[in-house]
Design a protein around this ligand. Structure first.
Ligand SMILES: *Cc1c(COP(=O)(O)O)cnc(C)c1O
Length: 461
């Protein structure tokens, strides 16, 4: 207990030249707060009996205070290296933006812009006008609108079209997307009433037809983007639903989830319905995300018939869901790239990573192993294995993309220890562990990640 008396006073520490130099680099209140934190830790250590000999030395305290101040001064939202092989990784920020649009982003972010100003007439303009025509051109929609994300798009669409009335949805499509986004909950928030039909595995056109009453406002179809049903299943295609909708005078809304603007089916060997397909099949309205298969910023796109979209532009909720100028700049940049499909496949990172050939991945894998061996020669065993990457972001859940993995083994460290070391690097590297081995997936590691990866891996030696 007597050790408690050895804890220096805050004032005495502040007068010490070591701390004076910290104060010249950091705000004084921050230094004081960090000192108090360290002194509290020392007090706890003393009381628990785990008290080191030099703990109360000003130099030791100053070093701990300096490391607290440094970590407080660095940004919390930082770049990481995604070596998980999950291309659209929601926890890691979903889609990285194309390099080619970054200059425009910087310009708009740091200067004034014509966000809501029409430079032709000199009058007030509309912020989403910068992207609406492009969305219509690319999807064939009559009208379009953008909001904060797809959840917001769905909320706005339901509130605008079905408030106080019924929305018919198949029981097989009452999905949860993650982050507690659930279709029934969104519907409640929108003020519309869920009318469930069919069963979990099978829903037929007659189920929709029989549920229609004069309270019905909308037929909703939710793309089951983050799971797959197999076996004895049946769902009603958008085309059939659209025919029914026309007969009954009811609009059909499709939550297209991942929002593909390009048919990746041929390249990936799977079917992913594009937004264009949904509209061509007769859907009156679609909503989708901007940062999933589209490969753009976080945004929700609403596209379809003017009769439904135009009232949404005047809806009071829109102001609460509106998009900021940097996001709009990024979206416009990405949509412009889509005007040339070949450019889209090479310049949009999400599409580039998804469609990267196995041969290219294998060649990059060899190159990356050579690089890592050069910077971390000792104590590491690096081998290239075959494996599979995932699309992620609740898109194409069944699709396995053949990839190469670097298995990283050490004689001294366990897979969990390697994982923790790489995760705590200045630029964290996030991989995965399978069957007790730490793995880096080549597909999602970009070329400009390589120096950061090498320096993180060198920590393991
Ligand atoms: C991802 C997803 C959403 C939510 O989209 P956010 O842009 O994340 O809000 C909604 N519906 C479906 C079907 C989805 O896949």
């Amino acid at each position: 207990m007597s050790h408690l008396k050895e804890i220096p006073k805050v004032d005495r520490l502040l007068a010490d030249p070591l701390f004076q130099s910290l104060i010249s680099n950091h705000p004084r209140p921050a230094v004081v707060k960090a000192i108090r934190t360290v002194l509290d830790q020392i007090r706890t250590e003393i009381l628990s009996g785990s008290f080191g000999k030099n703990t109360c030395e000003p130099a030791v305290i100053a070093a701990t205070v300096a490391s607290i101040l440094d970590s407080e001064a660095s940004c919390s939202l930082r770049r990481v290296v995604n070596a998980t092989g999950i291309v659209i990784h929601t926890n890691l920020g979903r889609s990285p933006l194309p390099q080619g649009i970054i200059q425009q982003l910087t310009d708009i972010a740091s200067h004034y812009s014509c966000l809501e100003y029409d430079t032709v007439t000199g009058e007030r303009g509309e912020r989403s006008s910068h992207v609406e025509a492009l969305i219509c051109e690319l999807t064939g929609a009559e009208s379009a609108l953008v909001v904060n994300n797809n959840a917001a798009a769905l909320l706005l669409a339901l509130s605008s079209i079905a408030k106080g009335r019924e929305v018919i949805v198949s029981r097989g499509e009452l999905v949860e997307i993650g982050g507690s986004f659930r279709i029934p909950d969104i519907m409640t928030e929108s003020g519309s009433t869920l009318r469930e039909i069919g069963t979990t595995n099978r829903t037929h056109l007659k189920d929709y037809r029989n549920a229609i009453t004069q309270d019905t406002a909308l037929l909703l179809k939710v793309s089951c983007s983050n799971f797959a049903m197999t076996g004895f299943t049946s769902e009603v295609e958008v085309g059939e639903l659209a025919t029914l909708g026309k007969q009954a005078g009811l609009p059909v809304l499709v939550d297209a989830g991942s929002g593909a603007f390009m048919d990746l089916g041929q390249i990936l060997g799977c079917s992913a319905t594009t937004v264009q397909n949904y509209l061509q099949s007769g859907a009156d309205l679609i909503v989708c995300s901007g940062d999933k298969l589209l490969g753009g910023p976080q945004i929700g796109i609403v596209a379809g018939s003017s009769r439904l979209v135009e009232p949404m532009k005047k809806h009071p909720l829109l102001r609460a869901l509106r998009v900021d100028k940097m996001t709009l700049t990024a979206l416009e940049g990405v949509l412009r790239i889509y005007r040339d499909k070949r450019r889209a496949l090479t310049e949009i990172p999400t599409l580039r990573m998804l469609t990267m050939s196995e041969d290219l991945i294998a060649a990059r894998g060899k190159k990356i192993i050579r690089l890592l061996k050069r910077s971390s020669p000792e104590g590491l065993d690096l081998t290239l294995l075959k494996g599979n990457s995932m699309v992620g972001g609740g898109a194409l859940p069944q699709l396995q993309l053949p990839t190469r993995l670097i298995a990283l083994k050490s004689t001294q460290l366990s897979a969990n220890e390697i994982e923790a070391l790489l995760r705590s690097a200045p630029t964290p590297v996030i991989g995965r562990i399978a069957k007790g081995v730490f793995l880096l997936d080549i597909r999602t590691i970009s070329d400009d990640d390589l120096p950061l990866l090498a320096s993180a891996v060198s920590r393991v030696c």
